[in-house]
Ligand binder design. Sequence first.
Ligand SMILES: Nc1nc2c(ncn2[C@@H]2O[C@H](COP(=O)(O)OP(=O)(O)OP(=O)(O)O)[C@@H](O)[C@H]2O)c(=O)[nH]1
Ligand SMILES: [Mg+2]
Length: 398
Amino acid sequence: MEIGVVGKPNVGKSTYFNALTLLDAPMAPYPFTTITPNRGVAAVRAPCPHTEKGIACTPGNAKCVGGTRWIPVSLVDVPGLVPGAHEGKGLGHKFLDDLRPADGFVQVVDLSGATDSEGRPVAPGSQNPAEEVVWLEDELVAWLAEILGRDFHRLARGVDLEGKKLEEFLSERLTGLSIGMSAITTALRAVPVDRAHPGRWTEAERTDLARALLRASKPRIVTANKCDRSSRESAEALARALAPTPLVPTASDAELTLRRAARAGLVAYEPGDTTFSVPDPARLTTGQAKALEEIRHILSTWGSTGVQQSLESIVFGLLGLIVVYPVEDETHWTDTRGRVLPDAFLVPKETPARAVAYRVHTDLGKNFVRAIDARTHRAIAADQPLPPNTVLRIVAKK
Ligand SMILES: Nc1nc2c(ncn2[C@@H]2O[C@H](COP(=O)(O)OP(=O)(O)OP(=O)(O)O)[C@@H](O)[C@H]2O)c(=O)[nH]1
Ligand SMILES: [Mg+2]
């Protein structure tokens, strides 16, 4: 599971990334601060089932804070894209290859309209962020079309002659891009190409197919960043212009400050909170106190910084992932070492039980007999999907 953070330069991608990962990727008020991709681990929240049992959990991969599990999600922050990147403008789009494994994108835009298409600071309100959502998709499409098109005619001739299944041919071409067979089928249905003769497809047809593949495989939300310098009306107008693409207003800078202050013990704040408190105001410098007052104002205007919510909106909303908790002992919800609810996994909603078992351990998948819902003690067959938040025991042949 990986989410790519994309957008034009200087909109706050690395600030958003740092806020979610607490890493230190360089940030600065000019374009092309990021020149190589940054990778890190963020987390999404889910209620921990330990509260139902009345016993504490012993988390391994996903920490539990006050009954909320924080489940890891990989994040990659890439350099800014500019219009014409696929022709080499700006830093070009070669680095997009680092987004190959991405399952979805968060596009960061500057809601205040104070950054031009090349990332240069300009007068607030002089730019319309809706436009970059359109051209950025074109750049992503050009990148995917280029991957699809490499040596296409020579390879596609083989498809025509050998009668090899078109879907398999495309799947091979798209290896490593996290584009599944269902996305390929959806895209082929959306674009009326000559299925029997891919060798005859025009470049325009390949581009249309690349767009359909992108839409079917890599959902995108937009974060209206720097909302602290803009207004609710602007956010609402942008949301209307982008619909049905979801829009979440964000104040990444404020979120980063709050998370760092929380790490330093200066504030009590959990990501996603609507407010924060200062346990010992005497510890704050005048500058810190003033910055926190400004952030308090942002939270009261916008409800939250939106950063945590935006990540969860793509992971749970658009990607439709659910959390499942595999255990060894279905009565005590422990693993072989007695740890309570040690692991939490994110899996797509419709994942059958056996595929979840594979995810936990290849041997469990291979030797799968059945799964058992640890709440109801009912058996779940190999091809049955799991409900959200399932605590399950996987029974496998020894
Ligand atoms: N007011 C305000 N400024 C922000 C916010 N988020 C980021 N910034 C500022 O925007 C500038 C650019 O931030 P970066 O995170 O470096 O932007 P980027 O999109 O990664 O830029 P490149 O790597 O150059 O593409 C910095 O000066 C940040 O402090 C925000 O929510 N509000
Ligand atoms: Mg950056």
